[in-house]
Design a protein around this ligand. Structure first.
Ligand code: AP5
Length: 192
């Protein structure tokens, strides 16, 4: 089983590209953002509490997302591997994922990092606000905070991935199809 991380700031196209990569390469797409939004939609107590954090553009506690991901890697059969989208987002989450995979004799194989200009990120997220209904897309200040939180808390994982030799930067500017082609070249090195 292979394990890919798709990484990048809010609006870099992680979700869009994950759906396409998962289909093409027979990967299980695991998005902590989608899991959290499912809790909110189901009106659970956890969803209510996490929704308050998410609408400010802050990260939910590490233990919440680690718990959500735990066990997911046990359930998949007849797939080439996993594509983690929006997880890990802190160094602590990275260590938790690594331990989880090591316990199952797996590792992180590649971290695909989408690189997109700040202005383009803001444009994409503001453009999505009406369609998505996501409270964290509606307020420009929250969009800026999400990007700032990424720079402060999530980007340090890139150094970790460089040390591990799994860092794979990918130009995230251009059309969805162009970026998908670029990502596919890297994933194809592991899966035919
Ligand atoms: P999450 O759901 O992970 O959202 P995010 O990181 O803010 O990213 P987005 O979904 O906004 O962007 P994306 O990179 O997936 O881009 P997308 O493909 O959607 O997290 C939401 C919140 O949940 C966090 O803020 C946090 O509170 C919490 N959370 C989640 N995971 C957590 C964790 N592990 N730890 C702690 N907290 C966590 O594209 C964006 C838009 O751009 C779309 O409209 C799309 O159609 C468009 N688009 C995409 N590509 C292109 C392109 N090439 N050209 C033009 N438009 C494009």
């Amino acid at each position: 089983m292979l394990n890919f991380l798709i990484f990048g700031p809010p609006g870099s196209g992680k979700g869009t590209q994950s759906v396409k990569l998962a289909e093409k390469f027979n990967l299980v797409h695991l998005s902590t953002g989608d899991m959290l939004r499912a809790e909110i939609a189901a009106k659970t107590e956890l969803g209510r509490k996490m929704g308050l954090i998410m609408e400010k553009g802050e990260l939910v506690p590490d233990e919440v997302v680690i718990e959500m991901i735990a066990g997911r890697t046990d359930r998949a059969e007849n797939v080439a591997g996993f594509l983690f989208d929006g997880f890990p987002r802190t160094v602590e989450q990275t260590h938790a994922l690594e331990k989880m995979l090591n316990d199952r004799k797996m590792k992180i194989d590649s971290m695909l990092v989408l690189e997109v200009d700040h202005e383009e990120l803001v444009k994409r997220l503001a453009g999505r606000a009406e369609l998505s209904g996501r409270p964290d897309d509606r307020d420009p200040a929250v969009i800026e905070n999400r990007i700032a939180v990424y720079r402060e808390k999530t980007e340090p994982i890139i150094n970790y991935s460089r040390e591990r030799g799994i860092y794979q930067p990918v130009n995230g500017m251009g059309s969805i199809e162009e970026i998908f082609e670029r990502l596919s070249v890297f994933v194809s090195k592991y899966i035919n």
